[in-house]
Ligand binder design. Structure first.
Ligand code: 3EB
Length: 324
């Protein structure tokens, strides 16, 4: 129904995966300016993610029928029978909350108008994520404010927040893309080891981040669900643990992901069964360690490791995953 592949930008996509023959979207993560266009039958997006000397990675989203692609205001979309892919970009601003709220509401209105009633997974890419905006508020917190206000205006989405990633980008401005579904069963999952992000205390910002730790999608009754694991970090309760220690931050992050997999699948799946992994690393000199850690931890998963800033100044690494 919806599936993804992850390749180096220098490789052609392999054969379409089971569950999708038609491209909905191709997202390239590499050292290039941000862009969002309608390609041949799919949405084409570039997300600036520096990894010096590397070609970057292309994530392709596939569906079973030719999608309807188009533009509505600032949104670019690809609509399948059951799944929608939507993306938007926001140019650099000195304060983001009002424009983030407007853009998110525009996307939410569009989805509701087209019958895509449930969010499945969201990715947000935020420039200078740890810097202060013109009002002295950290850009990530400024972003969270606008996003939270948009969710508050849409009760159906507010009451069913999906898995998400909120991460730095080396480009300018903010961009985001998301998947939403019509009638497909989705279940949002929290992590027993962590406070739900939407209940973080106020010391992390005036509005809490709007996301669930993971979202499970059951495409066909009787089949195991697909699990979309949010960007996951070395946080226990609501506090960052192992400040300054990349090895322990990786281990804690993996333990957090393992808890979500156990919650969804019981003992039948584990970290080695993950299909796709994207890891975000704050410091370039930690990239080799994180690369080796992910290769050892996640079996033969397709893996992309990026060098970008992370939403809390004390986090060194964040890892997201898809389990098929
Ligand atoms: C955390 O757990 C780390 O703002 O959408 C992870 C995933 C994080 C998503 C978001 C932020 C977001 O709070 C940061």
């Amino acid at each position: 129904m919806i599936s993804s592949t992850l390749h180096s930008c220098t490789e052609e996509d392999a054969a379409p995966p089971p569950g999708g023959a038609f491209r909905m979207a191709a997202v390239e993560f590499r050292s290039a300016p941000a862009s969002l266009e309608l390609g041949e039958g799919h949405v084409a997006m570039t997300v600036p993610m520096a990894r010096p000397g590397e070609p970057g990675h292309r994530e392709t989203w596939w569906c079973e029928e030719p999608p309807e692609i188009g533009a509505a205001g600032g949104i670019r979309f690809a609509l399948g029978d059951e799944v929608a892919f939507c993306a938007a970009t926001i140019e650099h601003r000195s304060v983001y909350a009002p424009v983030v709220e407007r853009r998110y509401r525009e996307v939410f209105d569009f989805l509701e108008g087209h019958g895509y009633r449930r969010l499945l997974r969201v990715w947000n890419f935020i420039e200078t994520i740890n810097a202060a905006n013109a009002d002295g508020l950290e850009v990530y917190r400024d972003f969270c404010k606008g996003r939270s206000d948009a969710f508050a205006a849409h009760p159906e989405f507010y009451n069913s927040m999906p898995a998400a990633t909120g991460i730095g980008t080396t480009g300018s401005g903010i961009s985001f893309f998301l998947l939403a579904v019509k009638d497909t069963e989705v279940r949002h999952i929290e992590n027993r080891r962590q406070t739900p992000a939407y209940r973080y205390p106020e010391r992390y910002g005036p509005r809490s981040p709007s996301f669930a730790r993971a979202t499970a999608m059951t495409a066909r009754r009787g089949e195991p669900p697909t699990l979309f694991v949010s960007g996951t970090a070395s946080i226990l309760g609501h506090e960052t643990v192992f400040e300054g220690d990349i090895e322990k931050q990786c281990a804690t992050t993996a333990d957090n992901i393992a808890e979500l997999i156990a919650n969804c699948y019981g003992p039948s799946k584990a970290l080695a069964d993950v299909d796709t992994v994207k890891a975000y690393v704050r410091h370039a000199h930690h990239v080799p360690f994180v690369q080796a850690f992910c290769e050892a931890t996640f079996g033969g998963a397709a893996l992309a490791v990026f060098n970008v800033d992370i939403c809390r100044g004390d986090l060194l690494v964040e890892i997201e995953a898809v389990v098929g």
